[in-house]
Structures are given as C-alpha cells and as structure tokens.
Design a protein around this ligand. Structure first.
Ligand code: NDP
Ligand code: PYC
Length: 339
C-alpha cells in the first residue's frame, strides 16, 4: 500500500456508522453493515471492507433500497429457512435468520437459508465462518450484476458470482475459501482503477470484445470468468441455485432492476449447511482425522490453504490494535462522512 492511514477497530466502526446513518440506513441495518465492514477490514479484505461504503451510499442514492425495513422470516417445519429482506440490504436478514438455520441443521443434518429480495454488496466468508464456528460445514452463493461474459462469449451475461465454503476444525482456524467466479471480483477491478494500475492478462475484454488491461475499459466492456469454461459453468450454476431455484433474480435481471450506477446488485442468496455428526455415523466430532491428514499433506509440501493470509492478517491486526487503509481511500471516506 503506498501511503496508509492507521485506524482502530472502534474508528472503523464509528466511521462506518456515521456514513451509513448519513446515507439513510436505520440503526439495525447500519449495525449489521458496520459489523461486516469491521470483520472484513480486520482481515485486510480491502475490496469488501470500508471501500464498500461508497456502494452502500450509491445504493441509497439510487432510491430503490429501504434502509429501515425489517426482514420477514417464514416459519417452516422443513429444512429451508426463507427470509424476505423486503428490499433492504442482505446482512440484517442473514443475521436474524442465522440461529434458525443453525438449529435446523443440527436437527436435520442438512438445511438451507434462502434470502430473497435483497441488495447485496458483501463478502461471503464472514457468513460461512459463522456456521463453521457453530461446528457446521457451509456453502454460500450469490449472483450479482451481468458484468461477466460466459466462456466464448463477448458480452456480460453472468455475475461475478462468488462461492464460499467453510469447514470447521477443532482448535484451529476453519478451512475456508471465498472467491468470485470471475477472474477478478468487480471490487478488485475498481481498486486497480483507483490505483491507476493495469490489470493482468485474462481478466477482461473491452466493449469491442478485445482483451484489455485497462480497468476502465474492462468496466465498460466485460469481465472474464476464471478457468475458462469451468468457471463459466460454475457461475451459471450459482445463477441457477441462488436465482430461479429460490425464485429470485439472475444477474441479468438484477442489472435491469438496479441499473449499473455503482449501487449494489439486487437478487437473492442461498446458504447450505451440513452437520458432520449426522453424516458420519453419529460422530459429533467434526475434527475428522482424514480431513486433517489431507490438510497436512497439502501444507507439508509448502502449499498454503486458502484464507491463511486472512487469518494471519487478523492475528496481526488484533494484536497491534489497528488496521491500515490507503490514505486516498481514507480521504474519500472523510469527504463522504461530511455529506
Ligand atoms: P481472492 O482471489 O482474493 O481470494 C480467493 C480465495 O483464494 C481466498 O480464500 C484466498 O485466501 C484464496 N487464495 C488466494 N491465493 C491463494 C493461494 N496462493 N493459495 C491458496 N489459496 C489462495 O478473491 P476474489 O477477489 O475472487 O473475491 C474477493 C471477495 O469478493 C470474496 O470475499 C467474495 O465473496 C467477494 N465478492 C462478493 C460479491 C458479491 O456479489 N457480494 C461478488 C464477487 C466477489 P486469502 O484470503 O487467505 O488470500
Ligand atoms: O466485487 O464483484 C464484486 C461485487 C459485486 C457486488 C459486490 N461485490
């Protein structure tokens, strides 16, 4: 990071709350969003930390989100907890339905949460890690906006569609990954543009379908999936599971509804949770020796498990009591806080 500013965790939370309430988010939504931003910033996840306050503000300015609405949970005796965000941000809906998902998973062995009608801007790993902290394995998926071309295509049809997974490990950080199925997340391209840095090859095409390294041209053209047709197929699966399956919008429809004004996409989210006790002959211990042997075999050869950078950043930032963000970001946030 070129020039950086140090912020304590309280400063991050207070700055977030000031900007969110100034933007029009009521206290419950502001608290749920600020929690997410602090969580991401502690782990040095710059693309979905404080930087996302601009997206939250732009979403409110676009006039379609409700910053005060209470989510509505549908009671059911099956394995699915449905929560209608009713046109609010997703995070309060997740927060309120989480205890029901955990209880259903412990009772039934497998359960799902479908969040409907939400604006969504956030990273997914904090959500799956809430479930692995409860001893459950979990996956989460969302569409976004149709910025991403399918493999072999020339225009955006798919979202940046992240997939997150977390596996509980006793006495250790969980095994977690969380990544966009596009080669880069949109937020990462925006950070490259802010920093004036060229993109690597293979991330985007311009509006004429030619490969580009220019972040601005990438945002006007289309992003590419990771792993060619493999990432493209995974991305389509996420569109289907977190869209039509739960009776909610695809990334194409989100773009039509919410527009591309810098605000958050509008769609649904699906989370799946698994209780290892129910799947492994009644054993409740998720600290499976076979899983641990696999992890050891990976790390013994010098490869790293996903999220290790994050966990190291978390430990370092908690120990020193502050995080660092780019000074240019800090200055822009101060300006937003004055509005
Ligand atoms: P990254 O490419 O930064 O990281 C993806 C994952 O791979 C992380 O778990 C990371 O761990 C791990 N990883 C990175 N390098 C290695 C390595 N060398 N060996 C092993 N594992 C590695 O993620 P993205 O930029 O694709 O996504 C960033 C965030 O954006 C995600 O949290 C995602 O949820 C969010 N997002 C949200 C969207 C939305 O619509 N809400 C849309 C798209 C993305 P580590 O962190 O430790 O480096
Ligand atoms: O980084 O792709 C992204 C993204 C989309 C919505 C929120 N983040």
């Amino acid at each position: 990071m070129s020039e950086a500013v140090k912020l304590t965790l309280d400063e991050i939370r207070n700055l977030s709350l000031t900007i969110l309430s100034g933007s029009g988010y009521g206290p419950d939504h502001a608290a749920a969003i600020a929690d997410m931003l602090v969580t991401c910033q502690i782990d040095d996840c710059q693309s979905h930390g404080l930087f996302r306050l601009f997206m939250c503000n732009d979403t409110m300015k676009a006039g379609k989100i409700d910053g005060n609405v209470a989510p509505a949970i549908t009671q059911s005796d099956n394995a699915i907890v449905r929560v209608d965000a009713r046109g609010g941000m997703s995070l309060l809906a997740f927060h309120e339905a989480l205890p029901i998902l955990i209880e259903k998973t412990r009772t039934l062995g497998i359960a799902a949460m479908a969040i409907n009608r939400c604006f969504h801007f956030s990273a997914l790993w904090p959500e799956v890690e809430r479930l692995s902290a409860a001893g459950l394995a979990a996956m989460a998926m969302v569409p976004s906006h149709s910025w991403v071309a399918p493999a072999g295509g020339t225009r955006g049809s798919l979202g940046t569609n992240p997939l997150a997974f977390s596996w509980p490990r006793q006495g250790k950080d969980p095994f977690t990954f969380d990544f966009a199925t596009s080669a880069f997340a949109r937020g990462e391209i925006e950070l490259y543009r802010r920093a004036g840095k060229p993109l690597p090859d293979g991330v985007a095409i311009d509006k004429d379908g030619n490969p580009t390294n220019d972040p601005q041209a990438a945002m006007e053209g289309a992003m590419l999936t990771f792993g060619s047709y493999k990432g493209s197929a995974l991305s389509i699966m996420i569109e289907l599971l977190a869209g039509p399956l739960i009776d909610d919008l695809t990334s194409l429809e989100s773009m039509e509804f919410a527009g591309n004004s810098g605000g958050a996409p509008y769609h649904g989210e699906i989370l799946l949770a698994f209780d290892p006790g129910h799947f492994s002959g009644g054993r409740i211990d998720p600290n499976d020796a076979r899983a641990e042997r696999l992890f050891a075999d990976i790390t013994d050869q010098g490869a790293r498990l996903p999220s290790q950078r994050r966990f190291a950043a978390r430990a370092r930032n908690i120990e020193r009591g502050y995080v660092e963000i780019a000074k240019t970001l800090y200055d822009d946030l101060q300006e937003l806080a004055q509005q």
